[in-house]
Design a protein around this ligand. Structure first.
Ligand code: GUN
Length: 304
């Protein structure tokens, strides 16, 4: 068998087209341009690349973006002060602090300080709690992108066994909640899975992953998921972006797994383009919520 590729680039471009129209309509109706501020602390090279991609993507759909750069020695109080200023600024709708942060800064203090309505990453405990209760305000960008990717490829999760490898706050945990919930941004067919979450302490990992109808790899280890770990015909979503000597690879051994899986996301060009796209979606949603725009959201909700 050779897996069908899930083309994240194509689907991201489709959603960005919809967002471009939605942003233009919002600006026309409300006279306000959605604005995202990214904060980049330190000199971690991959973060530079991510933030630049986010700026470019904002520009593409008509969202205003600003980047605040701070040096590697920045103190926690200084960063909290900047966030407080942005929280108070009515012209800023979304605030994103690029992770990781330098060691002297406690990530939880910083993420907790972002006003929940401006938290376009959906990392604030209030927003995480709302997801856990099945009434999300914002969805975190990577899991939301995966939901969109599956939905637009015609893949339903209802009644399926979803196995997530990795329990991070950014991907594994929220993805498990979203798949477990009764409903999703794309309707009940994109939720209602039976969910298993695996991690470093899971015994006999392969015996668990082999039972997955939907396998989501979010581990951060190159080519960790091998063909023997995949049930024939399974949908395999690779969230990893790992730089090795030969270039960028995912958490899935692509060449081997594509012979077993039914569907597979490539790296690059799979989940990555959707993550940035859903950040744009959240920024428009944040602007709507902050000005109390009645026109209830967007093309994506209707897609359900
Ligand atoms: N670093 C790696 N992924 C992310 C993300 O989704 N959001 C932020 N803010 N930082 C990250």
């Amino acid at each position: 068998m050779t897996a069908k590729l899930l083309d994240g680039k194509q689907i991201a471009s489709e959603i960005r087209g919809e967002l471009t129209r939605d942003v233009a309509a919002f600006v026309e109706r409300c006279g306000i341009r959605p604005t995202l501020v990214a904060i980049l602390v330190g000199d971690f090279a991959p973060s530079e690349v991510y933030v630049r991609n986010k700026e470019r993507a904002c520009q593409q759909v008509g969202i205003r973006s600003q980047v605040h750069r701070r040096g590697p020695e920045t103190s926690e109080p200084d960063l909290l002060h900047l966030i407080e200023q942005l929280n108070q600024d009515r012209d800023v709708h979304g605030i994103l602090v690029q992770l990781p942060l330098p060691r002297q800064i406690r990530e939880s203090r910083v993420l907790d300080a972002i006003a929940p309505l401006k938290d376009v990453d959906a990392f604030h405990p209030e927003n995480v709690g709302l997801i856990a209760q099945g009434r999300p305000r914002y969805l975190p960008c990577t899991p939301h992108g995966i939901s969109q990717l599956l939905h637009r490829a015609g893949i339903k999760t209802r009644g399926k066994h979803a196995v997530i490898v990795g329990r991070s706050d950014i991907v594994g945990k929220p993805m498990s909640l979203m798949l477990m919930n009764r409903n999703s941004s794309v309707g009940p067919d994109g939720a209602n899975a039976t969910v298993t979450v695996c991690h470093t302490q899971t015994a006999d990992l392969a015996s668990v992953t082999r039972r997955a109808d939907l396998l989501i790899a979010a581990i951060g280890r190159p080519k960790f998921i091998t063909a023997e770990m995949v049930k024939p015909g399974a949908v395999v979503v690779d969230v990893g972006i790992n730089r090795i000597a030969s270039g960028l690879v995912g958490d899935v051994d692509f060449e081997a797994v594509k012979e077993v899986a039914g569907y597979l996301t490539p790296v690059p060009g799979g989940v990555g383009p959707l993550t940035v796209t859903m950040l744009l979606y959240n920024t428009l949603e944040a602007a709507r919520r902050q000005i109390g725009d009645a026109a209830d959201s967007a093309a994506l909700r209707d897609a359900g």
